[in-house]
Design a protein around this ligand. Structure first.
Ligand code: DP6
Length: 355
């Protein structure tokens, strides 16, 4: 697919128009860690798409005479200069795919469904919501992207240029991003939906996000990715990710929760091991992170309930479990895990399999 919009004529409208889109956050099970060139991942990744943690972005736009990017950015109704600058740089990067950005004044208003104080990385939801809005403007005024697959593919491509993990958020329930042999349609430039339905055991899977700390990370993901090309274990890691992806895809298809647990926890610990063994090395886990991990493993052993954890590039723990175990697991969280969370805060999210 050619992502460039090759219709330079003026938009067929004069007055103010509006688009509005919601896009969720996602949790990677196979981690994207390391990139090359223009946001090309060093290895393929796979994530579950969340449903309750999302960004809603609205763009009000109208034609202007002078050329160049012109925006006003509001976050939750308030002007945010820092985000505005970031968005201007991003829009300049993608203007070749949306030439109309030269001709419009955009008023962007964004808000998150999750509280500010959670420290949840919101680049995936915010960049994908913005990309979806821009594709919607193209669709509305140029008659392109009418087909849903084309629409989502371009949105994913554009979101990736803002933040790699955002490429996966445009697809419901699960997505992969990056080329791998088992899916000939997979690509480094955009994410792809799964080729099969999730086994029933993984449908409506739950993700409890345990907020161990809500502070801004010491080292951003972007800075972490930049340490990977010179990482002594890079080659082995990229190979491991491909192999783990293959095993995980098979587990998701067949419903093998034991393999799921083994791979998902291995990926989480590998991600943090890579950070610790980078040059310079750094630690994003907190004491509470390790205590929660230990408790989860003990609880699994004691009860036989097949829950497991994964980690983002930060101290918070994502606890994954089946909808059938949700009562028991949520009691366990309240009794034994929430004490390790900042202000006892944890967020109940889920993977919506039927959207
Ligand atoms: C650990 O997508 O935030 O969450 O492309 O530089 O914006 P940039 O990085 P980002 O990295 C996410 C890293 C991760 C793993 C993942 O989501 O796959």
């Amino acid at each position: 697919m050619n992502f460039k919009l090759n219709k330079p004529e003026l938009l067929p409208f004069k007055k103010e128009e509006k688009v509005i889109k919601q896009s969720p956050s996602n949790i990677a099970l196979i981690k994207y860690w390391g990139k090359k060139g223009n946001q090309i991942p060093a290895n393929p990744s796979l994530s579950f798409t969340l449903s309750k943690s999302y960004t809603e972005t609205e763009i009000i736009y109208y034609p202007k005479k002078d050329k160049g990017i012109s925006i006003e950015f509001l976050f939750e109704g308030e002007k945010n200069e820092q985000f505005e600058q970031k968005i201007i740089i991003y829009l300049e990067k993608i203007i070749e795919f949306f030439p109309f950005l030269n001709k419009l004044r955009l008023k962007i208003n964004s808000k998150n469904s999750f509280p500010h104080s959670t420290g949840i990385a919101s680049s995936a939801s915010s960049m994908s919501a913005l990309a979806l809005c821009l594709c919607e403007i193209e669709k509305k005024h140029y008659g392109t992207l009418q087909n849903k697959e084309d629409f989502l593919q371009k949105a994913s491509f554009i979101a990736r240029l803002g933040s790699g993990s955002a490429a996966r958020s445009v697809f419901p329930y699960a997505a992969t991003w990056g080329e791998f042999v088992e899916n000939p349609a997979s690509a480094d430039e955009y994410a792809s939906p799964l080729l099969f339905e999730l086994h029933p055991v993984f449908k409506n899977y739950r993700d409890a996000i345990l907020i161990v700390s809500n502070k801004t990370k010491k080292v951003s993901s972007t800075a972490g990715h930049a340490l990977m090309p010179k990482h002594p274990f890079a080659k082995a890691r990229f190979k491991q990710a491909k192999n783990n992806l293959k095993l995980l895809l098979s587990a998701l298809k067949t419903g093998n929760q034991d393999t799921f647990i083994e791979i998902v926890e291995n990926e989480a610990l590998t991600l943090h091991a890579l950070m610790m063994s980078s040059n310079p090395g750094y630690i994003l886990m907190e004491p509470g992170t390790l205590q929660i991990i230990e408790k989860i493993r003990q609880y699994r052993q004691k009860t036989g309930i097949k829950l497991c954890f994964t980690l983002d590039a930060g101290p918070n723990v994502h606890l994954l479990y089946s909808i059938n175990d949700s009562d028991k697991v949520e009691k366990f969280i309240g009794k034994e895990l929430s004490a390790y969370c900042e202000n006892n805060l944890w967020i109940k999210d889920e993977i919506k399999a039927n959207t």
